[in-house]
Design a protein around this ligand. Structure first.
Ligand SMILES: *Cc1c(COP(=O)(O)O)cnc(C)c1O
Length: 303
């Protein structure tokens, strides 16, 4: 895997209540391997490629709309490595073609195995079985989080990000935040916006990062993947104002929560904040599909 051709521009968004907010556009690093997933996969894939297996195969795990599944499928296609996705939910077996994430992943060459939620939860025993079946394979955990992923995140930081007091990112499995925490400067604070309720998150992030320079705030807004009308309205207005598309699972919730915190004087005057746009835009098609079924207001996905 090679370094991306595109860089991630850092732009000023707004000043509000004495606080400056910038955004670093990791979503622009690659059109299909979105944002943080590019960096999280980078060293895992490079390392595996260096092993030069005769029958390489990348196996990974994810839910029906997973950005990680989409990213791994595309990496496999570009790097010429077959991919196998272990997908949560055996009910999808019959109608996965209707799911935009899985349809595109399949077009990019990924094969699937659909497993029920119980089997999926026991990923460790599942991984053992898969490794016995495919001894030369590279098994990447859900969300891609491992030590290589943390190492890759260092490339989201550069001389430009050093001037900020706060570095903000949405948190799922925590690998991205761990990388930011590990590689940022000593005087910087790291703020993670948790979109999943997970009591182990904080512990895992400190283990991966080896530092305590981060805090987590609750940005679940009702739970992982739960989407209310305020969020849709926020994302659509944000797009109108800044010409930037956010996703409804991660970056939309982060930016909405960040704005609320600024208004509640969480930050001292003159604080400079940078929020990472970690991508995830492919997931918006699945979100609109579900909103359409519920006859709700949709995300505006026009260019
Ligand atoms: C996966 C993802 C995250 C969360 O990354 P973790 O390293 O799992 O915490 C954040 N934003 C987007 C858009 C993602 O796809």
């Amino acid at each position: 895997m090679k370094f991306p051709q595109n860089s991630a521009p850092l732009i000023h968004l707004y000043s509000r209540n004495g606080v400056q907010v910038h955004m670093k556009r990791e979503d622009l690093v690659h059109p299909e391997i979105s944002g943080n997933k590019f960096w999280k996969l980078f060293y895992t894939i490079q390392n595996y490629q260096n092993e030069k297996k005769e029958k390489p195969l990348i196996i990974t795990f994810g839910g029906a709309f997973s950005n990680h599944i989409a990213a791994v499928a595309k990496v496999g296609q570009l790097e010429n490595i077959p991919t196998l996705g272990i997908i949560r939910g055996d009910e999808l077996e019959k109608n996965w073609q209707k799911n935009p994430t899985l349809k595109l992943a399949h077009e990019n060459g990924m094969n699937f195995r659909f497993v029920n939620r119980e089997t999926y939860r026991n990923k460790e025993s599942l991984s053992e079985k898969l490794l016995a079946e495919f001894p030369q394979s590279c098994i990447i955990p859900e969300g891609g989080t491992n030590d290589f992923a943390v190492k890759g995140i260092q490339h989201m930081l550069n001389f430009e990000t050093e001037q900020f007091d706060y570095l903000c990112s949405a948190v799922g499995t925590g690998g991205t935040l761990a990388g930011i925490s590990k590689f940022c400067k000593e005087n910087q604070q790291v703020l993670g916006f948790s979109v999943v309720k997970d009591l182990e998150q904080k512990k895992l992030i400190s283990q991966l990062s080896g530092k305590r320079n981060f805090e987590l705030v609750d940005a679940t807004f009702g739970g992982y993947g739960k989407i209310n009308e305020d969020l849709i309205y926020f994302i659509n207005s944000f797009k109108k104002e800044f010409k930037i598309q956010l996703d409804a699972i991660y970056t939309g919730k982060m930016m909405q929560k960040l704005q609320m915190m600024i208004d509640e004087n969480y930050f001292p005057q003159n604080t400079k904040i940078v929020a990472f746009h970690t991508g995830g835009l492919q997931g918006n098609f699945g979100v609109n599909l579900q909103l359409t079924k519920k006859k709700k207001v949709l995300l505006n996905l026009e260019h």
